[in-house]
Design a protein. Structure first.
Length: 587
């Protein structure tokens, strides 16, 4: 039987209406997208022009307020803690110290493009009698400061200057710190490189063809270049420690919530691992001073009731012999030889001070905790980030992630199978992580796995009776090329571990540089040479390991960092071990 003629007419009519509706929707969406992209482009161009004009105005300000090179170098050469003593004794004025650092910071920015805004501090807002006594500090771009705009390289967040200081900026000013420069970040801060379409690319002062890492890119570059002594950044997956290691300086991530983040800029993500405000400096003592000043501040706890009122525990620094664990391999991602040698070198240095060093075997492999960390970072499926960048120019380092966020569950499954087949585990881990949490039951399951992971790590730590642990900073030894398109997520497992378990951790120079012997296993791997009595080739069995060889094979002479971690809320112990390493280097 055929449907009645009238039914066929109705059906055909519905098809025409549906088709017209879809076509209209597509047309309207296309036109709206075109209009929004044009508006975004106009706002981006306007902001870039404002930044250039502001830097030009600041250059004129410096020309009208000159200092001799001798005066600048004399002030810059004073270690931060000594500089504060000079300020307290009135041997130097805060205004002159600030001017010296402004001159140097401008010079470093011209070379590395690390500063997004030079500030004109009002000393009436600064407590010059505080423990920082008027010493300059630099601030990562995402710290909310009254009169400044935080956008993380995304046009969507160009919403005008902030009306208020975040709580940590209020605390810094109350302590006598003088925020004088705001520093660059990668777009969305969901990247370990150092570029965004508004502020451009930040370069590494150790080598201008290398990246300073991210996301506290500008902070690390400015400090390594000599334009600042104390900087503040944030660390969600290594964003303080990684750039510190890439630039050969010190970076410390406290236990989450130990430093207030109230009033900080937010980009609407749902992530199941906590961020921390951290400190960057050229020596460990600077980070200790920052921690001590903030944690002893009564205002810090008054502004944010969610920060535990824990005073700085100076008694930890009086402890004698410590029991310190170490590991040089996470069981999955093989560190380059220089990174392994750095750990063993620091181990010997700590042993020379009388401390006990024992191997620590983590009850998980690096692959397991990397997959868990990626799930934490993509618990919202990445859609909020994709929406934030919907009409924006996308940095190349983000395009791979966004392509996964925009795809369906079926297409992700096919992509995962393909990556697994061609031996690309990193992409497989990321794609699977994006599909792990998709409703309340899967979120509950994920949170239970995270809880179980933390408890097993804590139990292993407790049973080993550890005070702290040392390990590779990030698996590689030297900064990566500035425009690399290679993925090296696996190397970050050494950093991600301590975010997952909410442990304080810091990266610092180990005292060694990449040697020719460190590079020989990489060369052997590149040329497919066999083991010799002196050397064994670096692994080349996965795409990831082969990528590491390409990224590190020309890294001769770069300083190599090491990482230190301690139990949650034992931040002072981590800083103590870092200071012991620093003391052993100076002995």
């Amino acid at each position: 039987m055929h449907p009645p003629h009238s039914h066929r007419i109705i059906f055909q009519g519905l098809l025409v209406i549906s088709g017209a509706g879809l076509a209209s929707y597509w047309l309207v969406s296309s036109i709206y997208g075109m209009i929004m992209r044009r508006r975004y482009n106009q706002r981006r161009i306007k902001k870039k022009a404002e930044i250039l004009q502001a830097k030009s105005d600041f250059h004129e300000y410096l020309q009208n307020n000159p200092l001799s090179n001798e005066e600048i170098e004399q002030i810059l050469s004073i270690p931060y803690c000594e500089l504060i003593q000079c300020l307290q004794k009135r041997e130097l004025t805060p205004q002159k110290v600030l001017l010296a650092y402004q001159h140097k910071a401008f010079e470093v920015d011209e070379k590395c493009n690390c500063v997004v805004e030079f500030l004109y501090p009002n000393f009436d807002e600064i407590n010059l009698n505080g423990p920082l006594a008027g010493a300059p500090v630099s601030i990562k771009e995402n710290f909310t400061i009254k009169g400044s705009e935080s956008h993380a390289g995304m046009v969507k967040f160009l919403n005008g200057p902030s009306r208020d200081d975040s709580s940590i900026i209020q605390v810094i000013k109350s302590l006598g710190g003088v925020p004088f420069a705001r520093t660059n970040v990668p777009q969305s801060m969901f990247s370990v490189l150092s570029s965004n379409p508004i502020n451009g690319t930040t370069l590494n002062p150790l080598a201008l063809d290398r990246s300073p890492g991210g996301s506290s890119s500008g902070e690390a570059a400015l400090i390594a270049g000599g334009g600042s002594r104390l900087g503040f950044g944030t660390d969600l997956g290594g964003s303080v420690r990684f750039p510190a290691a890439m630039c050969g300086i010190v970076g410390f991530k406290p236990t989450p919530k130990r430093v207030s983040q109230m009033g900080m800029s937010s980009h609407g993500r749902f992530i199941t691992v906590d961020s921390s405000i951290g400190f960057l400096g050229r020596d460990v003592q600077t980070c200790i001073l920052a921690a001590q000043s903030i944690w002893n501040s009564s205002l810090h706890n008054e502004l944010d009731y969610f920060c535990p009122p824990l005073k700085f525990n100076s008694e930890v620094f009086q402890s004698k012999r410590l029991r310190i664990g170490y590991f040089i391999h996470d069981g999955s991602f093989t560190p380059v030889p220089a990174a392994q040698r750095a750990v063993l070198y620091v181990k010997s240095k700590l042993e020379s001070l009388g401390h006990t060093l024992i191997p620590w075997e983590i009850p998980y492999s690096g692959r397991e905790w990397l997959c868990l960390f990626l799930t934490c970072m993509t618990a919202d499926g990445g859609l909020p980030l994709a929406n934030n960048l919907k009409y924006d120019i996308i940095e190349p380092s983000l395009k791979r992630s966004l392509s996964v966020f925009h795809t369906s569950w079926l297409k992700r499954s096919l992509m995962s199978a393909y990556c697994n087949t061609i031996g690309n585990p990193e992409d497989t881990y990321f794609i699977n992580a994006c599909s792990t949490v998709y409703n309340i039951p899967t979120l509950t399951d994920h949170l239970e796995k995270l809880k179980e992971f933390r408890q097993r790590i804590y139990s292993s730590w407790y049973n080993a009776k550890l005070d702290a642990v040392i390990c590779p900073a990030f698996g590689m030894a030297a900064p990566v090329p500035i425009n690399t398109k290679s993925s090296f997520t696996g190397m970050l497992s050494y950093l991600n571990l301590f975010n997952l378990v909410s442990m304080p951790a810091g990266c610092m120079p180990s005292g060694i540089q990449v040697s020719d012997d460190d590079l020989e296993p990489l060369r052997m791997s590149k040329l497919n040479k066999k083991t010799t009595p002196s050397f064994s080739p670096y692994p080349s069995d996965t795409t990831w390991h082969r990528t590491v060889v390409d990224l590190q094979i020309d890294s001769f002479g770069f300083p190599v960092s090491v990482q230190v971690a301690s139990a949650p809320w034992r931040d002072e112990m981590c800083l103590h071990v870092m200071s012991e390493i620093e003391r052993s280097m100076n002995a």
